[in-house]
Design a protein around this ligand. Structure first.
Ligand code: C2E
Ligand code: MG
Ligand code: MG
Length: 617
């Protein structure tokens, strides 16, 4: 991928596009003028058969110009040839008129100036060749005119002088146009050279001379539309920053330049770029040979990690190289870039030198980085939706509450990410409260929570936000919902960091009337002292207990013990993961207060739930 060539191509494309537009509009304007001239002659009754024939021929040539410009077919050749033909027809018909005695002072300016308009867009050489033709045409037309219209007052010498002067004047006007056209073409060429030079400079990394990020991406996008498969590698130098700090920027720059030269020279590297800092990228050309990519990647890694001799002595650097290939019809450029990035990160974290993208290993990292990228937009675009799952009284099986769960709908991924995928990502990005306000607002807008309560999941990071409770109160007040209708479901992690602060917030929430439930009890460390530390009202016993209780008597006893423990601590118990009537009956016998699970009801989008409730009532 030669940059100079690329930009020259770009510039010549722009020039031909400009010519195409000029041809198109010149053709259209010509057709309009042709039509009106014909109309005026027809209305004034001066139209002759010759005029109609002439107008028809012009219309054909002008239409050809417009059609070819529109369909980008040989615009330059068609435009020039058609204009020359129109020029020839004009003179042909003018001579016929002259020879048949139709010359007039009124027509005279037409023969001088109309040809000028016809040839104005032609290039220098054509104009110079036409100058004598025009001079000759004007000379002979002037002779007809002189014989017919000026009469005997002029001597033959006067007439000759007049014919020569007019012919010379007209021929010269073509030469003048030619000179203008020549000057314009040169100015254009110079301007395009300057633009190409400026763009080439803006696309090159000033230090290494490789492509910079912008031009690398431009070229990649271009290649993506032309090739069926593209292979790239991202390269990140290891420990470059300490080297830069230790030896100074001059040595750092020297190292980067050396590495850039070495990367560019590796056989099979089709294009190379410095994306910034100590990051490089290459496009590979493996010619579809088996094992060729491995060899090129190993060569790149070897070229970078080979000794570098410089003023500071002998230096060696490590590098992490991540490779990915993309089939342009089947995937997006962005997904290939993310794959190469994920592979490069794996190469870095496992110190593997170079690795190829492997979906079975890299997909987790890829999913998380993709989700990070998309989640914010999803919240803004309304793809994050509220779902509710019923919680029922264990004995009467009446629904006493709903748990608010989040769903990512219409995500555009192959399958919509589940909360287990995106909740940790949202937590990392500090977006959990944004999600809560969106889903809570949706649930409170569409459903009533008086008799039935609403349980919301709250992670420790959410609790720590200084405005958590006040914002929650505001949302509730806006919907006229009492805080006593709300249960906060927290996990054991609340007790691991900032315990005092978390406990204070939970106590404040309780003081406002909310209940606190410990979610997924039994999955974490579940120390009994924690039950004492946290201000709790409810224990939600994790579904894993129910699942295991089928398997052994011992597990059944543990489930029973957990329910009893809640009772002894004065807490309500809720058993999660109830998937059948038998299990529901068993936990009711064990003394559970409430149950939750697919048998009672699966989580349902609030919008669907509302329709179901409406249909039932
Ligand atoms: P969780 O709070 O324990 O929610 C219950 C999870 O168990 C839900 O998964 C629910 O679909 C699933 N479940 C309920 N009944 C059954 C059953 O009978 N069988 C089985 N196999 N599963 C059942 P989901 O919706 O995928 O949520 C997973 C976790 O993600 C939740 O666990 C909760 O900790 C978290 N989460 C979901 N939405 C939010 C949210 O908006 N904010 C926060 N902070 N966390 C959320
Ligand atoms: Mg929960
Ligand atoms: Mg749970």
């Amino acid at each position: 991928m030669d940059l100079g060539e690329t930009y020259q191509k770009d510039v010549s494309l722009r020039v031909s596009e400009r010519r195409r537009l000029i041809a198109f509009w010149a053709g259209v304007s010509g057709l309009v003028i042709n039509f009106f001239v014909c109309l005026v002659y027809t209305i004034s009754g001066e139209a002759s058969a010759l005029l109609y024939a002439e107008v028809a021929v012009y219309a054909v040539f002008l239409s050809v110009i417009v059609w070819c410009a529109h369909s980008r077919y040989r615009v330059k050749e068609v435009f020039e040839t058609s204009l020359l033909c129109v020029f020839a027809v004009f003179w042909g018909s003018t001579f016929v008129e002259g020879a048949t005695g139709h010359t007039a002072a009124f027509d005279y300016p037409l023969v001088l100036f109309i040809p000028l308009f016809l040839v104005i867009m032609l290039d220098f050489k054509v104009l110079m060749s036409l100058a004598p033709v025009q001079a000759a045409c004007v000379y002979f037309y002037t002779r007809n005119y002189a014989i017919e219209s000026i009469g005997p007052n002029w001597t033959a010498a006067d007439q000759s002088a007049y014919m020569i002067i007019m012919a010379a004047f007209s021929g010269f006007s073509f030469c003048a146009l030619g000179i203008v056209s020549f000057a314009r073409a040169r100015a254009d060429a110079r301007m395009f050279d300057l633009v190409a030079e400026k763009e080439a400079l803006a696309s090159v990394d000033g230090l290494t001379g490789l492509m910079n990020r912008r031009s690398f991406m431009d070229n990649l996008r271009r290649l993506w539309t032309r090739q069926s498969k593209i292979e790239i590698a991202f390269i990140d130098l290891d420990h470059f920053k300490p080297l830069n700090d230790q030896y100074g920027h001059a040595i750092g720059d020297f190292v980067l330049c050396t590495i850039a030269d070495r990367i560019a020279e590796v056989p099979g590297v089709m294009a190379s770029a410095r994306l910034g800092g100590d990051e490089f990228a290459v496009v590979l050309n493996t010619c579809a040979e088996a094992g060729a990519a491995d060899k090129i990647l190993a060569d790149i890694h070897h070229a970078i990690t080979a000794d570098i001799h410089c003023e500071a002595g002998l230096l060696t650097l490590g590098a992490s190289v991540g490779y990915a290939s993309g089939v342009t019809l089947k995937q997006s450029l962005a997904s290939m870039l993310r794959s190469a990035d994920a592979a490069m990160r794996r190469a870095k974290s496992s110190r593997l030198g170079w690795v190829k993208f492997d979906p079975s290993v890299d997909n987790a990292a890829l999913v998380s980085s993709t989700l990070e990228f998309e989640l914010k937009a999803a919240i803004k675009n309304g793809q994050i939706k509220a779902a509710v799952q019923p919680i029922a009284n264990a004995k009467t099986r009446q629904v006493v509450a709903y748990e608010l769960l989040t769903r990512w709908t219409d995500s555009g991924f192959e399958r919509d990410p589940s909360p287990k995928d995106f909740i940790p990502v949202a937590e990392k990005l500090g977006l959990l409260n944004d999600i809560l306000w969106v889903t809570l607002d949706e649930a409170l807008t569409h459903m009533q929570f008086d008799e039935q309560k609403l349980a919301v999941n709250v992670s420790p990071a959410q609790l720590l936000a200084s405005d958590f409770l006040s914002s929650l109160e505001k949302v509730l007040a806006r919907h006229g919902v009492s805080p006593s209708s709300i249960t906060l479901e927290i996990t054991e992690e609340v007790a691991f960091r900032n315990v005092d602060r978390n406990v204070a917030v939970l106590k404040e929430a309780r003081a406002l009337g909310m209940s606190i439930a410990l979610d997924d009890f039994g999955t974490g460390y579940s120390s009994l002292s924690m039950l004492d530390t946290l201000p709790l009202d409810k224990l939600k016993i994790d579904q894993s207990f129910v699942r295991k209780s089928h398997q052994s008597e011992q597990s059944k006893s543990i489930l029973l013990a957990a329910i009893r423990l809640a009772k002894q601590l004065g807490l309500q118990s809720c058993v999660e993961g109830i998937e059948s009537r038998e299990v529901a009956a068993r936990v009711a016998v064990f003394g559970a207060d409430t149950i939750q699970g697919y048998w009672i009801g699966r989580p349902q989008l609030v919008i669907h739930k509302v329709n179901e409730l409406k249909a039932a009532s």
